[in-house]
Ligand binder design. Sequence first.
Ligand SMILES: *[C@@H]1O[C@H](CO)[C@@H](O)[C@H](O)[C@H]1NC(C)=O
Ligand SMILES: *[C@@H]1O[C@H](CO)[C@@H](O)[C@H](O)[C@H]1NC(C)=O
Ligand SMILES: *[C@@H]1O[C@H](CO)[C@@H](O)[C@H](O)[C@H]1NC(C)=O
Ligand SMILES: *[C@@H]1O[C@H](CO)[C@@H](O)[C@H](O)[C@H]1NC(C)=O
Ligand SMILES: *[C@@H]1O[C@H](CO)[C@@H](O)[C@H](O)[C@H]1NC(C)=O
Ligand SMILES: *[C@@H]1O[C@H](CO)[C@@H](O)[C@H](O)[C@H]1NC(C)=O
Ligand SMILES: *[C@@H]1O[C@H](CO)[C@@H](O)[C@H](O)[C@H]1NC(C)=O
Length: 510
Amino acid sequence: MTMMQRNIIMKILQIYCFLLVLDGAVPSLPVLTGPDMAYLGSKATFQCCAAVSSLPVTYRLMKSRHMVATVTRSRENHPAEFVITVTAAKEGSYHCMVTAGGNTTASNTLSCALDALSASGTRITSEPDPAVLYEGSRLVLSCDVVVESNLTYTWFFNRSTVTPKTSPSLRPAGSKLVVERVTSLHAGLYSCMTMARLKENRTSSSREVQVTVKVFLSQPRITFSISKESNGYGGNVTCWTSRGSPPASFYLLLDGEEVASFNATESMLVTFPVATAPARDMGTAQCRVKTEVQELQSETLTLVVVPVGGHVKVEVQYLYGADSKMAAAQLHCLTSRGTFPSFSWLLNNSVLLVEVHPRPHLQSAMSSTRYGLVDGGRSLILTMMDPGESGSYRCRVRDSFDDSSPWFESPAVRVQIIDATLTTTEIISISFCCFLLLVLVVGTVCVMKRMGDCRWANVSRATTTNSGSHLLPVTHSLTTQRKQSRATRINYDVHNQTLEIPVQQDAPIP
Ligand SMILES: *[C@@H]1O[C@H](CO)[C@@H](O)[C@H](O)[C@H]1NC(C)=O
Ligand SMILES: *[C@@H]1O[C@H](CO)[C@@H](O)[C@H](O)[C@H]1NC(C)=O
Ligand SMILES: *[C@@H]1O[C@H](CO)[C@@H](O)[C@H](O)[C@H]1NC(C)=O
Ligand SMILES: *[C@@H]1O[C@H](CO)[C@@H](O)[C@H](O)[C@H]1NC(C)=O
Ligand SMILES: *[C@@H]1O[C@H](CO)[C@@H](O)[C@H](O)[C@H]1NC(C)=O
Ligand SMILES: *[C@@H]1O[C@H](CO)[C@@H](O)[C@H](O)[C@H]1NC(C)=O
Ligand SMILES: *[C@@H]1O[C@H](CO)[C@@H](O)[C@H](O)[C@H]1NC(C)=O
């Protein structure tokens, strides 16, 4: 029952009471009206009326056997009204006693339950309202109860209780949850629950509030693509932002003039078709993205389609690991012309079937298989570095938008991969161990000699001469090896620091 329904019922009872009084003739029992539920701390009104023949009349509001309040009326048709403040102790059964002319009659009994927090009792409010706000702004959620009293508050985020462990970035303080600078991590559903500690724990939950955190735009990016269609060529200019919340308006500018627009409501990527053809200058394109708070422009892009042509060649780059071991070889296909090239690689004149890695990242290309393609197929990476990858490599290029265009082939480049031998570090380690062993053996020999044990000395001398002859040149080269190793230590993660050794390179095969 809502408060409103209760009020209506009370009004009906009051009218009934009034009619009863007017009807005066019929002696009947007094009638007590009042709420059957009351909020803790609120005011509850009880009314008692009776048809009496003599004045004055005294009304007493009773809770069980205890008198709560008393009112005396000296005029007719004036029911008694009792206003009480609801406390935990006020819960119980009420009736009223009417005394007139020495006669006392008792009314009906009303049960008044205490409803410190009813379903409608706990409300959640947000500031701003509605809770749609940009990252970095302040969010205040309040848990409001109709009546403030001794309550405990529990906050929920995405239906789980907010604790320092589950949501370290949320610090509720009693009835308030304040986030000074919201991030997208704060987006979700919030609600609160209040609990009054009375005889039994009464809880009341608020509705849920959806907090939406809008993300600021990043600079728009622009790309241009072309495809051959049945009746000519089709071009698309694609604009997108990697960050940013919709809705946003995207505009296409050709040579500085706005030619198209689109209101994006879901995805922050918009494609505009443009008329195009190879070898035709179509000017420059630029994207503009506008939201209610931001307006950003992309870089300008020249819309030009140059067909593939001219010379094609392959360059080889060897990549070394931290241990100076040859880790991979990267073959680059270079063309002198072509804005939309499509690449293909050949080993010993047969086409290599390798998938292009979507992300141009050396590490991911290398982790999977023997060959990896990066940079849209422009670079081929030989990953295993085993002699099976040796052979003559060649790349060929044609226009990606036209499958019927001719291939332009590079001269072949021979790549020879030699079995990895001992690395510098290993040589140093082994040399050092041997050197230690030698010192140890020589030391032992000296000690033995002093002690005069001929048998032991003989054996030791034999060992010394045997290994000594091998070891001496190695230990001698220790310093030079170390110098080399320092000079060639390169991290292959860093493209710029790779060392190019022109081993067997640029040896075209007829
Ligand atoms: C008291 O009640 C009795 C019986 O109900 C009735 O006869 C009498 O008149 C009443 N007295 C007064 C003063 O109303
Ligand atoms: C609130 O409740 C606690 C424990 O239930 C009690 O110790 C405290 O006195 C109460 N405070 C008020 C203002 O009623
Ligand atoms: C909370 O729920 C929303 C969906 O309402 C979801 O997008 C968001 O990632 C969730 N956040 C966390 C931290 O779980
Ligand atoms: C009320 O809740 C408190 C704290 O959660 C608990 O200690 C107490 O036992 C509960 N009382 C009842 C009657 O459930
Ligand atoms: C251009 O976009 C349309 C629609 O998104 C698509 O069907 C078409 O294949 C695209 N053309 C090119 C060249 O990307
Ligand atoms: C985009 O929305 C704006 C108002 O926000 C409206 O004026 C404009 O016409 C819309 N553009 C398109 C292409 O729907
Ligand atoms: C390619 O040919 C060379 C000789 O021309 C040969 O040594 C090499 O093993 C061949 N490679 C492959 C992968 O067939």
